[in-house]
Design a protein around this ligand. Sequence first.
Ligand SMILES: [Zn+2]
Length: 277
Amino acid sequence: MKVKVISILEDNYMYLVIEEQSKQAVAVDPAVPHRLLEIVKREGLSLTAVLTTHHHWDHARGNEALVKEVPGLRVYGGDDRIGGLTDKVTNAQELKFNSINVRCLFTPCHTSGHMCYFVWEDECTDAPAVFTGDTLFIAGCGRFLEGTAEQMYHNLTQVLGSLPQDTKVFCGHEYTIKNLKFAMLVEPENEKVKEMLSWARARDDDDKPTVPSTLIEEFEYNPFLRLSEEGVQKFTGKTDPIEVLRVLRKEKDKFKKPKERPSPHAMLALEWGLLRP
Ligand SMILES: [Zn+2]
């Protein structure tokens, strides 16, 4: 089973899961459809299905065009708001595309209909893969836009955290450096965070993706999976893991803001004394 990583838009990923013998392929979050079809054609693949993690435009906006251009294409997802949806899936539902197996994992919180997809191939020694959309990122987790800390806790610990530890993690965005800078603030003494940050910076210099990681690696540096660690509890001032997660996410939301450069407009306003710095 081969997974092709395709960087799109500003920092999104779309993926092709390829069964190498039959050249059949399943796409995940193909938000730039014509680019996807170019690759499908160039590599002599046939596209059989689309898996959509959630309805946000930067993940789902390619579906309608693909349905029009690829006869018989099935589009799977867990939310009626997903464009071009042909098959609504539910938790633990399994799909099969020749020897490629998919288990749908319902992970509501970032959006109320978010699905992750656990994928493996029959009689293949390759590690399985999980496509985590905007639920689990490398060294981070998604915003709680339509859900609660309780839900995200369940998603991270029960649903994703209990998958085989060698599972490869393919997430929806390249947020790794930003996430690791936050992880440094949370656990400044964690050597794994430091190592990972310098590795991610080197990847960035070479314009290479940081996906995939593995679950076992995530448990070493991703603060959102380290809720019982002393350092993470100390940073949040909480011990109950759900409360630790709630505070972590709030702090992460705040963390982004001072990093953003003010717009030229805001700079002018500052100069004129219209805004307080
Ligand atoms: Zn999203």
